[in-house]
Design a protein around this ligand. Structure first.
Ligand code: SF4
Ligand code: FE
Length: 488
């Protein structure tokens, strides 16, 4: 099984053991059949479906560097700058298709970061992590797994280090050692697609110090491992997904696709040696965190751009439905949206094109440019969303419920008074307005806006990296040399 189909992916989730998933005060007896979970599974399923479509195979699949097999690009170790560029193109394509977060990129980014870091640990410490990770990677590729890359710990009191916390469990750490492995405890927050994954790949959340060796653990755990509890995130307008009528679907804005974020608790989960890829080598945490963050900051130059394309399309559509598509200020606003969106894409492509080969043999993006990419992502989607709301007019938040369409008399009134440009169907106008609400205020806004701000690190994290990586001394020398200043 190297390239799963979307159906095989859905079945593979059912083959896992039972998961303990809580949502809105209830433990879900059958999480996979819950409408919220289903919409998020639909998004990931696209990553499998498109890999089987001839016109997308170049982008969606790759040749494994480990086996020579054709594999899904989400399981691939990047072998060239071209591979890095194709990754960005793949994420843009998927964002266009689902208009939300398709959840599978965090794992791809974690796989590449752990691959290069385990090699470097082995070189310095004579450990055997890299071969162990290669063996694991072969399984990932062969099963076409969704990997949930787990980095962010809850962190407790931010003024304190992990070892200084009143309750050390706010950082994942080793609580017990055994002959055949370790037991870990802790939690990972904001876990994208956790319930839809086959495996969790846990990494330390920050550069640990010598005294924090027990927090320096990188390992893989099956999604159905004993001791894991999932709390499904509560998000804006999520209960609209539970309205099962066609009219309720309209109010969803994006009836088919959704994202997923969870709090995942690991309470005394056993991890055998063969699934441990770092254990106490605290001096390498920085490299792992930095390279993972760089890959994921690159990712946003693809996925957010794809969703941005949907926002631009929604802007052009509602302008037409309102009959204002030829107004010069509307055209100018749409041009500005395109400019901002393509700037993000340019950053994603640039950090890919300037990527370099690592000691392990896979390619890493240009870290400075990846941070610039993500820094722009913390701003431009907000401006794109603002322009879309401007163009849409206020009806996207005051529109009556689509349930009013069920009664012929209320339907008649709504169709009469919410009519737009001549020849435009009122219900179609309501549909696009609800999509705009979903993208800029509702569930998809979690991925498009809040995640643009905080995902892959909040804005300040990129500013620190940008400040650190720009060679300021060199720039000073350029200026001094032109001004004929000679250092004494
Ligand atoms: Fe992928 Fe974007 Fe979702 Fe992150 S936010 S998992 S990069 S789609
Ligand atoms: Fe993310």
């Amino acid at each position: 099984m190297v390239l799963m189909t979307a159906d095989e992916y859905r079945k593979s989730l059912q083959m896992r053991g039972p998961l303990k998933v809580f949502f809105a005060g209830e433990q879900l007896t059958d999480p996979l059949s819950h409408p919220l979970v289903q919409s998020s599974i639909n998004s990931i399923a696209l990553t499998y479906a498109l890999a089987h479509q001839a016109q997308y195979q170049e982008i969606m699949t790759a040749t494994s560097s480990l086996t020579g097999n054709t594999i899904n690009r989400f399981c691939h170790l990047h072998q060239s700058t071209k591979d890095l560029e194709k990754k960005v193109q793949m994420l843009r394509l998927l964002g266009q298709r689902c208009g939300t977060c398709f959840q599978r990129c965090v794992g791809m980014d974690a796989l590449n970061a752990v691959y290069l870091t385990t090699y470097e640990i082995d070189q310095a410490c004579k450990t055997g992590y890299h071969q162990r990770f290669i063996d694991y990677m072969k399984r990932v590729e062969a099963h076409d797994w969704v990997i949930d890359g787990c980095m962010t710990d809850p962190k407790g009191d931010r003024s304190k280090r992990p070892s200084e916390q009143k309750d050390p469990d706010v950082y994942v750490h080793v609580v017990e050692r055994h002959d055949d492995g370790v037991t870990i405890r802790g939690a990972k927050a904001h876990q994208t697609g956790a319930v839809n994954s086959h495996e969790h790949l846990l990494m330390p959340t920050l550069a640990m110090r010598d005294a924090e060796k027990k927090f320096t653990i990188c390992c893989a755990v099956p999604a159905d491992a004993k001791g894991i509890t999932y709390f499904y995130g509560r998000q804006a307008s999520d209960l609209r997904r539970l309205d099962q009528s066609a009219e309720g679907d309209i109010d969803c804005g994006n009836p088919e696709y959704g994202g997923q974020e969870c709090l995942v608790i690991f309470e005394d989960v056993f991890v055998p040696h063969e699934r441990i890829f770092m254990d106490g080598e605290s001096e390498f945490c920085g490299r792992l965190v930095e390279s993972f963050a760089a890959y994921h900051r690159q990712s946003y130059g693809g996925c957010k751009v794809g969703v941005g394309d949907v926002l631009i399309g929604a802007a052009a559509t509602i302008a037409e439905y309102n009959g204002v598509q030829n107004a010069s200020h509307i055209r100018d606003k749409i041009t500005e949206m395109i400019h901002l969106n393509e700037t993000l894409y340019a950053c994603g492509m640039a950090c890919s094109s300037c990527g370099t080969v690592t000691g392990a043999g896979n390619y890493l993006v240009d870290i400075l440019l990846a941070n610039v990419c993500k820094q722009n992502v913390t701003r431009f989607p907000f401006e794109i969303a603002r322009l879309l709301q401007d163009i849409a007019g206020g009806l996207f938040v005051t529109c009556p419920s689509a349930k009013e369409l069920q009664d012929p008399e209320t339907r008649r009134l709504i169709e009469k008074y919410l009519v737009g440009a001549e020849g435009i169907n009122t219900v179609d106008r309501m549909k696009i307005l609800r999509l705009i609400e979903n993208l800029t205020l509702g569930r998809a806004a979690v991925g498009y806006l809040t995640e643009s701000m905080h995902g892959a690190g909040s804005p300040q994290a990129q500013r620190i990296m940008i400040g650190r990586m720009a060679n300021l001394e060199e720039k000073k020398n350029f200026a001094k040399s032109l001004a004929k200043i000679e250092e004494k």
